[in-house]
Design a protein around this ligand. Structure first.
Ligand code: IPM
Ligand code: MG
Length: 368
């Protein structure tokens, strides 16, 4: 039997709470499906800073490089607001993304039927929605140099640099085209070519990769601001959206709300294949550490559970088991089980984080 290695980094805030529910799903697979994972756990973000004085210890980085997949909860919190940039909790996550070279961040926004009335948009706008945002994750303004706050005369100047090489654009474009071929075969690329040279190059390279390698895929281009508007006007016009690191950060939060709650959206960050053929991979919910509700059992674990489902699909070739988890989540929502973030205007009694995890396990049992 081939081993499947997982490194779990629960992180900060609600991270440990939602990850505890993923543990239940992992245990369920070992007990009921004979699919076992070799799981280790470590610290990231503020939790790592408190212990080691760095948001990601070198040993943890080395472990992340060696496993089949990393599962991450969330990083950050107000306690760390005053820290120098170099040791902020977020740097731990950014280091993982950069050093593992996880250039393709897949953020699927799917609206479950049971939540279609709960979105802030009209039922018909979001019902049946299934789009995939592919966000470039290792470059752009997140990592561009020069950066910093400098002195110029008698005032300070904040500097960040948007920078993309042709090869960085081409490889994430390929990821988007490959995904589109397995979906509805449509890609919309978003940038700001009207004001940014990096946007002009982005558009050119995406078009070149398309024409040379993926002429069968329908490709369109949109300015990212117009894209944000179209995402709220009629999101179902999209299949795969490919965009840069910063626009992808914004557009994926926006897309999450189409599905009802930020607590619903999973993500997969994929890099180049390792020696065993599996891509370097990290899976994490799109939501943050939500310090305002941390430690209260209020958080929705679904985004983290669905991130584990993505790991089954993209790292372990267990697509049918990924669907099993996704269907279990769908069943639970159809039963009306709701965490606080999923309470509609008519209210009701929310369940706890642990209850939601238990409900998903119960639905998995029923699926056997
Ligand atoms: C995300 C988050 C991160 C980002 C933060 C936590 C660094 O917002 O994954 O979308 O900005 O990429
Ligand atoms: Mg974000």
């Amino acid at each position: 039997m081939s081993t499947r290695t997982l490194l779990i980094l629960p992180g900060d805030g609600i991270g440990p709470e939602v990850m505890a529910e993923v543990r239940k799903i992992i245990d369920w697979f070992a007990a009921k499906r004979g699919i076992a994972f070799d799981v280790s756990e470590d610290l990231v973000g503020g939790a790592a800073y408190d212990r080691y004085g760095t948001p990601l210890h070198d040993d943890t980085m080395a472990k992340a490089q060696a496993v089949d997949a990393v599962l991450l909860g969330a990083v950050g919190g107000p306690k760390y607001d005053g820290l120098d940039f170099s040791v902020k909790p977020e740097r731990g996550l950014l280091r993982l993304r950069k050093e593992m070279d996880l250039y393709a961040n897949l953020r699927p926004a799917q609206c479950f039927d049971a939540l279609a009335d709960f979105s802030s948009l009209k039922h018909e706008v979001v019902a049946g929605l299934d789009i995939m945002i592919v966000r470039e994750l290792t470059s752009g303004v997140y990592f561009g140099e020069p950066r910093g706050i400098i002195r110029e005369g008698n005032e300070r100047v904040g500097i960040n640099t948007q920078r993309y090489t042709e090869s960085e654009i081409a490889r994430v474009a390929r990821s988007a085209f490959e995904l589109a071929r397995r979906r509805s075969n449509k890609v919309c690329s978003m940038e700001k070519a009207n004001v940014m040279e990096s946007g002009v190059l982005w558009r050119e390279v995406v078009q070149e990769v398309h024409d040379a390698e993926y002429p069968d895929v329908e490709l369109s281009h949109m300015y990212a601001d117009a894209g944000a508007m179209q995402l709220t006007r009629w999101p179902k016009q999209f299949d795969v959206i490919v965009t840069d690191n910063l626009f992808g950060d914004l557009l994926s939060d926006l897309a999450a709300m189409l599905t009802g709650s930020l607590g619903m959206l999973p993500s997969a960050s994929l890099g180049a294949p390792m020696a065993n053929g599996r891509p370097k991979a990290l899976y994490e919910p799109v939501h943050g550490s939500a310090p305002d509700i941390a430690g209260q059992g209020k958080a929705n674990p679904i985004a983290c559970i669905l991130s584990f489902a993505m790991a089954l699909r993209y790292s372990f070739d267990l697509g049918e088991d990924a669907e099993r988890v996704e269907r279990a989540v769908e069943t639970v929502l159809a039963q009306g089980v709701r965490t606080a973030d999923l309470m509609g205007p008519e209210g009701g009694t929310p369940v706890s984080t642990a209850d939601m995890g238990d409900a998903v396990v119960a639905a998995l049992n029923a699926s056997l």
